[in-house]
Structure formats: structure tokens, C-alpha cells
Design a binder for this molecule. Structure first.
Ligand SMILES: Nc1ncnc2c1ncn2[C@@H]1O[C@H](COP(=O)(O)OP(=O)(O)OP(=O)(O)O)[C@@H](O)[C@H]1O
Ligand SMILES: [Mg+2]
Length: 281
């Protein structure tokens, strides 16, 4: 009798086990990310505070040097003036004077970017979950729109609303608001030459409500379509996007027992749909 070697993938329940292991791996990764983000956050906070103090001190030192130079000039003492001119040259004073504020500005910008990335990572790993409560989606959408008004006002011509009466939804409002904010900002960024955002809220079959956010932008590019909700997938230039926005939206929607989908519209632009169960366990 010939023995047929048994592949581990043939064993009953193998696929389920693999899925469980994958889930466990993702959960561990999530905890790790939250921990690392938390650790980075502390030094970032004091670097930021110190940088603000440093900027003040440098401005004061700059004023002191300017006053000394002006005082020396007013003394009409040629030996002193020459000595000071020599010192300025030796220490490249004019260059330092011009460069210091630029360096400080760039450093602050860098620290703020790190702060933003760390905060996105913490959101992605659900470090701060907030409380669940019954929420009126219409109000939630309007609040989120107010939060991002400063980002939308330059490119978004009009917000077109199509709201129907839907029951309140049991969810974490801070997280849902974050999902909407990400979608609104993406929509505005996809329309650099302007356009409208269409928002609709409606109830659909299977006791679900849907919120759709559609834009008139350049549409999702073919190359990232299948990886849209994966972390760090972005078409934006370095420093402009971390590619975490939609990954966070996806995590939050799944944690609420809902889903997020995207499709390009036939005319132009993209439509994102958020689906949430009305009643959740
Ligand atoms: N409304 C949209 N229209 C066209 N493309 C979009 C739209 N929303 C997202 N995308 C595409 O999906 C990519 C990922 O979006 P995501 O929000 O996850 O990251 P990001 O916007 O690039 O960076 P971040 O949100 O972290 O600042 C974007 O870079 C863009 O290519
Ligand atoms: Mg984004």
C-alpha cells in the first residue's frame, strides 16, 4: 500500500487556524504599535516644548547682539568697530543670523509632523477608544464638517446634502467623526481644481444605515485600488500623506460591525460608503 503524504493544509480546520493566527498576529502588532507610539509621544512632547522655549531664547539673544552692535557703532570708536567686524566675520555672524530662525522653523515643522504620525498610529491601534452611545448621524456629519472647514473651504465649492430620517446608531462618536473627517479631507485633496462633495444618509435593507461621501475629483488610481485600506498606501508626496487615513477608517468600521467601500463614479470622482448596523450587540 502506498502512503500518500498528508499536507498540513489538508487537515480539517487548517484554514480557520491560519486565520486565527493571522488575527492574533495583527492584534499583537496593534498593541506593539500603540506601545511604541505612546513611548515616542513623551520625548516628542518635551522636544516640542523645549523648541518653543529655545526659539524665544534665540530671539532674545539675537536682540542682545543687535543692541551690542548698535551700541558699538554709536561709540564712533574705530578700533572697537574693527574688532567687532572681525569677530562677526570670524563667526560668520550674518549667515548664523539668517539661518537660525529657518532651522528652528523647519525643526518645529518636523516635530509637528512626527506628532501627527504618532497620533495617527495611536488611532490606528485604537489606543483611545472613547465611550459608545446612541448617536444622530446627521449631527455627527455636520460636526465633522465644521471640524474640517478650514481644509475644505479653498477647494470645495458646495456641500450637497441628501439626508433621510434614520434611527440613532450605537457607536463611538469620536471614532466615527474621525472616519468622516478622513473622508472629507481626502475628498478635498482629490479636487485640487475644485468641485462639490455630495453626502447622503439613508437606511437600507438588513437594518443598516449608510453614509456616502462622494467627490468630483481625480478618482482612485488603478495601482492602489486593491490595497486602498492597507496602512501606508498613499499616492501623495512624502510629507503630505502617511497613507494611514483609510486604514484607520477601515479598522474603526470593522470594530463597529460595519464596513467601508469605495468606487469610482462613472462620470468623475469617487464615492466612499460607510455601512453601520443599526442595532449592535
Ligand atoms: N476621495 C479620493 N479620491 C481619490 N483618491 C483617493 C481618495 N481618497 C483616498 N484616495 C487615495 O487613497 C490613498 C490613501 O488614502 P489615505 O487617506 O489612507 O492616505 P493619504 O490621504 O494618502 O494620507 P493621510 O490620510 O495619512 O494623510 C490616497 O493617497 C489616494 O491616492
Ligand atoms: Mg487621507
Amino acid at each position: 500500500m502506498t502512503k500518500i503524504p498528508l499536507e498540513s493544509s489538508d487537515l480539517p480546520g487548517h484554514q480557520e487556524l491560519q486565520q486565527l493566527m493571522q488575527l492574533e498576529k495583527m492584534a499583537t502588532l496593534g498593541r506593539l504599535v500603540a506601545g511604541v507610539a505612546h513611548e515616542i509621544n513623551n520625548p516628542v512632547c518635551y522636544v516640542k516644548t523645549n523648541l518653543q522655549t529655545l526659539t524665544q531664547y534665540v530671539a532674545e539673544l539675537d536682540q542682545l547682539v543687535d543692541s551690542i552692535l548698535a551700541l558699538a557703532d554709536s561709540q564712533l570708536d574705530s578700533t572697537l568697530s574693527e574688532a567687532l567686524a572681525g569677530l562677526k566675520k570670524r563667526h560668520d555672524y550674518d549667515y548664523l543670523h539668517a539661518e537660525l530662525p529657518i532651522l528652528l522653523d523647519e525643526t518645529s515643522e518636523g516635530v509637528e509632523r512626527i506628532e501627527g504620525i504618532v497620533s495617527n498610529l495611536r488611532d490606528y491601534a485604537h489606543d483611545d477608544e472613547g465611550q459608545k452611545q446612541f448617536v444622530c448621524l446627521q449631527k455627527l456629519v455636520e460636526t465633522a464638517l465644521r471640524l474640517v472647514n478650514h481644509e475644505l473651504k479653498y477647494t470645495v465649492r458646495q456641500i450637497k446634502r441628501e439626508y433621510t430620517e434614520v434611527p440613532e446608531v450605537w457607536c463611538r462618536p469620536a471614532q466615527m467623526s474621525q472616519v468622516l473627517v478622513n473622508l472629507f479631507v481626502n475628498a478635498a485633496q482629490a479636487m485640487p481644481r475644485g468641485g462639490d462633495i455630495h453626502i447622503s444618509i439613508h437606511e437600507c435593507a438588513e437594518s443598516r444605515v449608510e453614509i456616502s461621501v462622494c467627490d468630483e475629483g481625480y478618482g482612485i488610481s488603478e495601482e492602489i485600488k486593491t490595497r486602498l485600506f492597507e496602512p501606508f498606501v498613499t499616492t501623495k508626496p512624502a510629507g503630505k500623506g502617511t497613507g494611514l487615513g483609510l486604514a484607520i477608517c477601515h479598522e474603526i468600521m470593522v470594530a463597529h460591525g460595519g464596513e467601508i467601500r469605495a468606487e469610482n463614479r462613472p462620470s468623475r470622482g469617487t464615492c466612499f460608503t460607510l455601512a453601520l448596523p443599526i442595532k449592535q450587540s
